[in-house]
Ligand binder design. Structure first.
Ligand SMILES: *Cc1c(COP(=O)(O)O)cnc(C)c1O
Length: 366
């Protein structure tokens, strides 16, 4: 039987050659030429002055938050609809994630709710460019300027997405990406911090290397972490980065096939706001209320089509539980109950998308 996965890596560029080069030369640990090339290349791709590679996207968020000064007692505004890493990274800093509802159209931070939740303890706002659509950055940057806050973009799902023509990652004070196996490009596990601020970049670099002084070996003026990416990961990353435009264009093409075939169906389709370039990390739809979402996913699974439910809202999870959360975050609650991510692998064919759409239409019609 056919099996169509939600995501799968495509590794048919220079991946094998670069990884073999690491093995043959012995450069397999936390430094080497692929790390330098991957960081330089990724900064150039984002249009930022600096990029610092980390072991994964979660620790990238942790050190990015620390580097802009988030610490014990601070509050950081985080969307209720996100992957738990966004909130956990705030908690790792000893700070409190303050949950905010999302916009019903873009599924990213609701600006009015952000404004309501700013207090004297707020230190930063973390827009998450969910499923590849950028958050509405301009009003967030304005709020940050008014209240003296930092903007930490969680761009884990949005490599190449843009806001008014400007690529995500270079808009806030600092931003992070993930290269997990199902992300736009992958290093197996991996992450990156990008910024235009030299002090932030240096702080991130020091934090990820145990806090070691740059000029004096084994001198640790601060407590850091071992969050280094390996040269092996970076070898994969560099090969993937060489083809990043292809990966992004493939996703946009797959999305255009879905949109053409699902237009007019009783479904909420993902949008591309007038100011946005959506890279459709995962093409995602919201099923109508009369359809049992989990049953529909089972029916699709039986037809060999893998799907994923939207993230469970942070307010439902034990570490961030809010008893009145469903009332406080109605948009997130409704999206999370009925949303699914459809197969969006770069390897997907038009025929497979047609098959997925036909099966999905059957689920919603009967
Ligand atoms: C994937 C992801 C992360 C973290 O990435 P890892 O590399 O898996 O640690 C953070 N935030 C969001 C929104 C993600 O999707």
């Amino acid at each position: 039987m056919r099996r169509i996965p939600v995501a799968e890596p495509v590794l048919n560029g220079h991946e094998k050659e670069y990884v073999m080069d690491c093995l043959e030369t012995g450069w397999i640990s936390g430094s080497g030429k692929y790390l330098n090339a991957f960081e330089e290349g990724f900064a150039a791709f984002c249009g930022t002055r600096y990029a610092v590679a980390t072991f994964n996207g979660t620790v990238a968020l942790h050190v990015a938050l620390l580097a802009v000064g988030v610490g014990a007692g601070d509050e950081v505004i985080v969307p209720d609809l996100t992957y738990i890493a966004s909130a956990n990274a705030v908690t790792y800093c000893g700070a409190t994630p303050v949950l905010v509802d999302v916009d019903p159209h873009t599924w990213t931070l609701d600006i009015a709710d952000v404004e309501r939740k700013i207090t004297s303890k707020t230190k930063a706002i973390m827009p998450v460019h969910l499923y590849g659509h950028p958050a509405d950055m301009q009003p967030l940057m304005a709020l940050a300027a008014t209240h003296g806050l930092k903007i930490v973009e969680d761009a884990a799902e949005a490599h190449g997405a843009a806001y008014n023509g400007q690529l995500v990652g270079g808009i806030g004070h600092v931003a992070t990406f993930s290269f997990f196996g199902n992300k736009v490009i992958t290093t197996g596990e991996g992450g990156m911090v990008v910024t235009n601020d030299e002090a932030v970049a240096l702080h991130v670099k020091q934090l990820k290397g145990q806090g070691q002084d740059f000029h004096r070996r084994y001198w640790f003026p601060i407590i850091g972490y071992n969050y280094r990416m390996t040269n092996l990961q970076a070898a994969l990353g560099l090969a993937q980065l060489e083809r990043i435009t292809w990966f992004i264009e493939r996703r946009r093409e797959v999305a255009s096939w879905y949109a053409a075939q699902l237009q007019g169906c009783d479904l909420t389709l993902p949008i591309e706001a007038s100011w946005a370039k959506n890279i459709y990390w995962l093409y995602s739809v919201v099923l109508p209320k009369h359809v049992n979402r989990d049953q529909a996913m089972q029916t699709l699974a039986a037809a060999g089509i893998e799907t994923r439910p939207f993230f469970i809202p942070m307010h439902v999870l034990p570490p961030y539980f809010h008893a009145d959360g469903d009332q406080q975050f109605p948009v997130t609650t409704a999206l999370a109950a009925q949303g699914i991510n459809l197969p969006t692998a770069a390897s997907l064919t038009r025929e497979e998308v047609t098959y997925v759409c036909d099966m999905l239409k059957r689920c919603i019609s009967g």
